[in-house]
Design a protein. Structure first.
Length: 501
């Protein structure tokens, strides 16, 4: 009964005309940036953060959430039509979706992606509604030691699940932690690693790092390969899948939803990991694995469902623990702080209208996305056909404005350019930037909770292993590292990622 009462409160908030409008704006913007490669939800949400000052908290977060899961939908369009994922989680969709388009089945591939995304988004939102409040109740029992151990587990999970070399992932985590140390120490008031530069006294803004690594870095990589792109089809037909198609995609959609719902909670980009895991699973259990990579409809249904379910459940740790599982969730936390809301388990009890309003808005937003995506395919096709080098200056200007507007500092724009260059170099070295960003977000928080725990224990480090919850999470982290470092599993992991590339 309590769940129904809470959902009723959420519907009252989400169905208000103002919030419906902002939900529509969010999913429409999300679809557009998903279709347009190079910008992505991180850069877009970062640019829109200053606008949230003037909006009510519920409206602001509903719009930002719509941008995030809307981008998962839009990203599949370019992946299928131009073999260019508009959003990183749609990388796997391109493998079979583009081949289906070349065979004249673009409409069927797009419809499969839309149906899988809608079903996964709806079911994953149920998971959020069911498990969010109990997790928040558990988190209220957490002390500094438990929060520190939880973040250690999160960083280890991002290393274990990162795409590519383990050594590269560890190196990126360490780099992120080091970047997070730059600025003024809260306790002593001393400046650290600022090189006597006053503009570094407050540290490096996360928006600067995210937009540089993901926004401009992606633009540089896209420009490098622009000559290889071609629009496979000018007009999309056959958007209604047959009964046989629906039977083929039903099981992959449900399996992808289950995988995405679990992996979305994990730090380090769960939606992207979920799409790779779903593709690998479907290929392994298929009776005709040789069809994958040549236009298998299951290779579109599973990953698209997984990345959308992962996008929805990534809100669980952000809303209930105040811990971001990916860069977008970090920006959502920033939006909550701008609105004067302290992220963490208290949100469920102190801001129930906000918590349940966001959850219900996801159901409404997913319905809007199905209505938006399929009828407007022609518009998205024309949008894709715009030469990328013409879009590049506009995207560059938007990124620069977004970064400058955060602190009104020209140095942030210079830093963004530096991180864009680093992002391009890391891509060439096959170093995934997500673990670095996670280390950058969690590093200062880990340091703060470590100090609090040691103050409470009068400097006794055994507090981390004598408190049951803390000890359990540290044991899980150690076990995960030992498992992934075993030669057999490490070899299989590398083979799995190699197959997906």
């Amino acid at each position: 009964m309590e769940l129904l009462t809470n959902l009723g409160m959420g519907f009252a908030a989400a169905l208000s005309p103002e919030n419906l409008l902002y939900c529509f704006i969010g999913v429409l913007l999300g679809t557009v940036i998903g279709v347009l490669p190079g910008l992505g939800p991180v850069a877009t949400i970062a640019m829109l953060l200053p606008l949230t000052f003037t909006l009510p908290p519920v409206s602001a977060l509903i719009m930002l959430a719509g941008i995030y899961y809307g981008a998962q939908y839009g990203g599949s369009t370019t992946a299928i039509l131009v073999n260019l994922p508009g959003e990183s989680a749609s990388v796997v969709t391109a493998l079979d979706g583009y081949q289906m388009a070349r065979q004249g089945k673009a409409g069927k591939a797009l419809a499969t992606a839309a149906i899988g995304s809608f079903v996964a988004g709806t079911l994953a939102t149920f998971v959020l509604a069911l498990f969010g409040p109990p997790l928040a109740e558990l988190a209220l029992k957490f002390g500094p030691a438990e929060y520190f151990s939880l973040m250690v587990l999160g960083l280890v999970a991002s290393v274990v699940l990162a795409h590519g070399s383990l050594l590269h992932a560890v190196g990126m985590i360490v780099l992120g932690l080091l970047l997070g140390l730059i600025g003024t120490d809260v306790n002593s008031g001393m400046q650290r690693y600022t090189f006597d530069q006053p503009w570094l006294a407050d540290g490096i803004s996360f928006v600067v790092v995210a937009m540089g690594m993901f926004g401009l870095g992606e633009i540089i990589r896209n420009l490098e390969h622009e000559a290889t792109r071609e629009l496979t089809i000018k007009r999309v037909t056959g958007l209604m899948p047959t009964l046989e198609d629906l039977k083929r995609i039903a099981a992959p959609v449900l399996r992808g939803t289950a995988l995405g719902s679990v992996l979305g909670i994990l730090p380090g980009g769960g939606a992207l990991l979920a799409s790779f895991a779903s593709y690998s699973l479907e290929k392994k259990i298929s009776k005709n694995p040789e069809q994958f990579g040549k236009g298998a409809i299951e290779g579109v249904a599973g990953p698209e469902s997984a990345n959308n379910a992962g996008a929805q459940t990534s809100f669980i740790p952000m809303l209930t623990l105040g811990i971001p599982s990916n860069p977008v969730m970090a920006l959502m936390i920033g939006a909550m702080i701008i609105q004067g809301i302290q992220p963490g388990p208290s949100v469920v009890n102190e801001q129930p209208m906000l918590f349940w309003g966001i959850i219900v808005s996801m159901w409404i937003g997913n319905l809007m996305l199905v209505i938006l995506n399929l009828p407007l395919i022609g518009l998205w096709v024309r949008l894709i056909s715009v030469p990328y080098h013409l879009l590049y200056p506009a995207i560059l200007v938007f990124c620069a404005i977004g970064v400058f507007s955060v602190n009104n500092s020209q140095y942030d724009v210079y830093l963004m350019a530096l991180f864009a260059l680093l992002g391009y170099v890391f891509a060439k070295l096959d170093c995934e930037p997500a673990p670095m960003l996670l280390g950058f977000i969690l590093g200062p928080m880990m340091e703060e909770y470590l100090r609090r725990a040691l103050l409470l224990s009068r400097g006794d480090p055994t507090i981390f292993v004598t408190r049951p919850l803390s000890a359990a999470m540290l044991a899980l982290a150690v076990a995960a590292m030992f498992v992934v470092l075993s030669p057999t599993l490490r070899t299989r992991r590398e083979e799995a990622f190699h197959e997906e590339e």
